[in-house]
Design a protein around this ligand. Structure first.
Ligand code: ACO
Length: 388
């Protein structure tokens, strides 16, 4: 065990979003909805979809390897890898174990954390605590989701909201001030069955009935979830800011869970915080659950929205109900973002099982939607002579 460092700096960041883009217009052909309804109620224009050979582990491995490169570390420097997800490749092993192998992190322990859309913030807090306890010096925290495999594309209430993606950060032990100063985590099980996946666990194992009842897909009471989110996000963010001993007006950037534009606007009002200081990219990705905050953070840094010395707040809410916020001080050089460019998806392949050939099937309804636009399910444009 190493000595106890006083701080855990955020030293690396990275993301990966699949190249397949599913637009609101594509969804109009799948369920009874419209681009106008989705845009006006949520602010989402399009979302990414994992191609047929992509999984939660493969998305997370690319984002994670990029974050390690940005931190200027070798994967062997990592002591711990935590993957936040509710769409793991398998119930076991952990998705983190598959990521560890893919990125070549020879020494790291690896585990998953489940707190749905708050998962990244919860996992960040675990990484922070490991470092401050002297259990680890470098921890990779990944939020990765392939929600498209858990959505019911006959249910317009849910299938328009979510997308696939991954984001990651590296936390490193440091002697100088920086990193998280205030962390707030909450869990309110009164909402346990307001957003959930009923079947596939020990309470309702897979059966003909669970399959025909579409019980392996995400179900959500949208209005109740909306109420919870608007009640909780501002108070959770304010609690983390208060624990840091900061005034809300001293926060330079808020990176909220990207679920719904109207929820983000209500947070802005709740904290009395201008929209210009809130980073938003949900129009292009939809709700990517645990990937949402680190995916947004990585874009915020790459587009010049983050500077050394900035006070930044991450805030998320999700199934459970859970909510979490981190008030942190940024110390890294944003120019290090460029190091992520050296990592391509083919550099970090996830090993697939020997005796199992159905890894990564794309839902047929999505394959048809992409085919209608001349895109094959591996995510490549079909050559024009084939279309003709
Ligand atoms: N297209 C067209 N109409 C729709 C669609 C759609 N895609 N979805 C729902 N509708 C209809 C409903 O059926 C309803 O019709 P009805 O009145 O005839 O029954 C009508 O639109 C209005 O429904 P509301 O629920 O009132 O719509 P609302 O304005 O609340 O928006 C929404 C719905 C966007 C789902 C909102 O409630 C919301 O954002 N909730 C929070 C969801 C969320 O953030 N979930 C993520 C949680 S994080 C996690 O852990 C995964």
């Amino acid at each position: 065990m190493s000595s106890r460092p006083p701080f855990a700096h955020l030293t690396g960041w990275g993301s990966y979003a699949p190249s397949l883009v599913l637009t609101n217009h594509d969804l109009e052909a799948i369920v009874d909805t419209s681009d106008e309804w989705i845009m006006s109620r949520t602010g989402i224009r399009e979302r990414r979809i994992a191609a047929e050979n992509e999984t939660t582990a493969s998305l997370g491995a690319v984002a994670g390897r990029r974050a390690v490169a940005v931190a200027g570390l070798d994967p062997a420097d990592l002591d711990l890898i935590i993957v936040a997800t509710f769409t793991p490749d398998y119930l076991m092993p952990s998705t983190a174990a598959l990521v560890k192998e893919a990125i070549g992190a020879s020494r790291a322990a690896a585990m998953d954390v489940g707190a749905a859309c708050s998962g990244f913030v919860f996992a960040y807090s675990v990484a922070h605590a490991h470092i401050l306890a002297g259990l680890a010096r470098h921890v990779l925290v990944i939020g990765s989701e392939v929600l498209s495999r858990f959505l019911d594309y006959t249910d317009r209430n849910t299938c328009v909201l979510f997308g696939d993606g991954a984001g990651a950060v590296v936390l490193s032990a440091a002697e100088t001030r920086g990193g998280a100063s205030g962390i707030e985590l909450t869990t309110d099980p009164s909402g346990a069955y307001k957003i959930w996946v009923p079947a596939g666990g020990a309470a309702a194992p897979a059966s003909d009935g669970t399959i025909s009842g579409r019980a392996h897909f995400l179900r959500m009471d949208g209005r109740e979830t909306y109420r919870y989110a608007t009640r909780t996000i501002a108070s959770t963010a304010l609690a983390a800011i208060d624990k840091a001993g900061w005034a809300p007006e001293s926060i330079d950037l808020l990176v909220p869970h990207q679920a719904n534009m109207r929820i983000i606007e209500s947070v802005s009002k709740g904290i009395g915080f201008p929209m210009e200081r809130i980073f938003i990219n949900l129009d292009r990705y939809g709700n990517t659950s645990a990937a949402s905050v680190p995916l947004a953070l990585t874009e915020a840094v790459a587009t010049g929205r983050v500077h050394p010395g900035d006070r930044i707040v991450f805030v998320a809410f999700g199934a459970g109900f859970t909510s979490g916020a981190i008030a942190m001080e940024w110390t890294a050089d944003p120019a290090a973002s460029a190091r992520a460019d050296a990592i391509a998806p083919e550099d970090v392949p996830v090993r697939i099982p020997d005796e199992w050939d159905s890894v990564g099937p794309l839902p047929a309804v999505l394959a048809r939607a992409f085919a209608a636009r001349g895109i094959d399910t591996a995510g490549h444009p079909v050559p024009t002579e084939v279309i003709a």
